[in-house]
Design a binder for this molecule. Structure first.
Ligand SMILES: Nc1ncnc2c1ncn2[C@@H]1O[C@H](COP(=O)(O)OP(=O)(O)O)[C@@H](O)[C@H]1O
Ligand SMILES: [Mg+2]
Length: 472
């Protein structure tokens, strides 16, 4: 009697047979893979153990640089033909040895950005025939291929002994840290349309925002600077005194008041910091962001508009709301790490319960308020240096725009310049600014005004230090 197991086994073997029959033999003039690898190793490659390691998708260039740094010398070869990338290395070796023969061909590369203005041809599928001391290795490096369900960089190592294979893998994290192409860069995570991989990962130019370009009430910026920059400047003294460096700052306030602007200013001030930007659903990558920040410190992890996903479970991998996962990850990062977390939100009231339940993650909560009258005057001159305005007009507009945001002031100036251009006036002046103000404050523009962050009932801006509660 033939049982179901035997039929299944037969089916498997027969399918394998059919697949192998379809593989062309190594063409004349091509070198076969199996013998080449065995020759490099000095023994039959199939007799050796394969050890495997995986790395996050974005680490492809770093893994390559680390592998190349580890070997004293190496040769890199590829495989002829396509569609073989999905075989595990051990199986590739087995097939190659059984005369079903893969031929050596060119290495597959994938061009990736490794900084804003630099790309690197990264090995997407290639065998490193390497030597390190007396040890010999064959290492297969594969790029992620989310379309086929492979979301990680995969490294499979054949070594003369399990110990030398493990010695190699153990050396990699240190080399990846040392050679990391993302150190000192600004990166963000975006979801991938396929699967759950981490990538593609984006690189951003560092903004250049001067302190004078940030218009905030006296003391606000100083407090943020002290916490984020000051701690970095005094890291040795703090460490020596056993004080922690990890820190968390929450910037809260109405939309359009300059929370993101402040973050951009801090990035300009910290050119040596590695920055990981997460916003919206990409906050789900908090674990990867923290791992990267720890490895590449000093680092800044920016979580923009946390309220939008605070309660979401959809993007959380911890089961609970995403904000809880964020707080857990923040806490999981060693306190000695020179890592600053910067959270921004328009809805401190939504975050406050979770934050106060888990103290110690946020060391400083700073309100970024609506601009006061002197602030609005400064914003007009900051954004409208080309405008010729009388002091009376400025005073009038400042008064009429009570309760509006900084981004409102910016838009006001832009409209004034546009009105002047439409009317053919060379120099935008009082009349244009007044007309732009009428426009933007008119009932017709209620929605625009709201989109610029204004409130319908202008609140009296509060500049008092917002301690200890978070809610404005
Ligand atoms: N306090 C400010 N000082 C100077 N410019 C500001 C300020 N706040 C906002 N702006 C301008 O308005 C734009 C939008 O503000 P943004 O920082 O994105 O607001 P938020 O993140 O608080 O919603 C900024 O890019 C900047 O040009
Ligand atoms: Mg913002």
């Amino acid at each position: 009697m033939t049982g179901p197991d035997e039929i299944a086994e037969f089916t498997r073997l027969f399918q394998g047979f059919l697949e192998r029959m379809q593989m062309p033999p190594v063409a004349a003039g091509r070198e076969a893979l199996g013998p080449r690898l065995s020759e490099h190793l000095g023994v039959d490659a199939t007799s050796l153990p394969v050890v495997t390691a995986t790395f996050p998708a974005f680490d492809l260039p770093n893994v390559q640089l680390a592998v190349e740094a580890w070997f004293d010398e190496f040769e890199l070869v590829g495989l002829a033909g396509s569609d073989r990338g999905h075989y595990p290395f051990a199986e590739l070796l087995e097939i190659a040895a059984q005369q079903y023969r893969f031929a050596i061909g060119s290495v597959d590369y994938q061009r990736l950005s490794i900084s804003v203005d630099q790309e690197m041809d990264c090995v997407a599928f290639g065998f490193y025939l390497g030597k390190q001391g007396d040890d010999r290795y064959v290492t297969l490096l594969r790029a992620p291929n989310p379309q086929y369900g492979r979301n990680n960089v995969q490294l499979e190592v054949v070594a003369l002994s399990k110990e030398s294979g493990q010695r190699f893998l153990a050396a990699l994290p240190g080399l990846i840290r040392e050679r990391n192409v993302f150190r000192g860069q600004i990166v963000s995570f975006e979801g991938h349309e396929f699967g759950h991989g981490v990538g593609p990962f984006r690189l951003h130019p560092r903004p250049g925002i001067a302190r004078e370009d940030v218009v905030l009430p006296e003391g606000v910026l100083e407090r943020v600077e002290r916490e984020v920059i000051g701690i970095a400047e005094h890291r040795e003294a703090l460490r020596d005194a056993g004080q922690h460096l990890r820190r968390g700052v929450l910037l809260y306030g109405p939309p359009g008041t300059g929370k993101t602007h402040t973050v951009r200013y801090l990035l300009s001030r910290l050119p040596e910091f590695t920055v990981v930007l997460l916003a919206g659903t990409s906050i789900g990558y908090i674990a990867e962001a923290c791992a990267l920040a720890r490895m590449l410190q000093p680092a800044l992890v920016v979580l923009e508009d946390c309220d939008l996903v605070a309660e979401s479970r959809e993007f959380s991998r911890g089961g609970g709301p995403l904000l809880f996962q964020v707080l857990n990850e923040m806490d999981g990062l060693t306190e000695e790490a020179d890592v600053a977390f910067l959270l921004t939100t328009n809805r401190a009231d939504l975050l406050e319960p979770a934050l106060s339940q888990r103290p110690g993650r946020i060391d400083l909560a700073v309100e970024v308020p609506l601009p006061d009258a002197p602030g609005r005057a400064r914003l007009l001159s900051l954004y409208g240096p080309a405008l010729t305005l009388s002091p009376e007009c400025v005073a009038e507009v400042v008064e009429r725009t009570e309760g509006t945001t900084a981004s409102f002031a910016k838009e006001l100036v832009r409209r004034a310049v546009l009105l002047a251009a439409e009317q053919g006036s060379a120099i935008p002046g009082d009349t244009h600014l007044r007309a732009a103000t009428d426009d933007l404050l008119s009932a017709r523009d209620t929605l625009t005004r709201r989109l610029l962050g204004a409130t319908d009932n202008p609140p009296v801006p509060s500049y008092a230090a917002p301690e200890p509660g978070l809610a404005p």
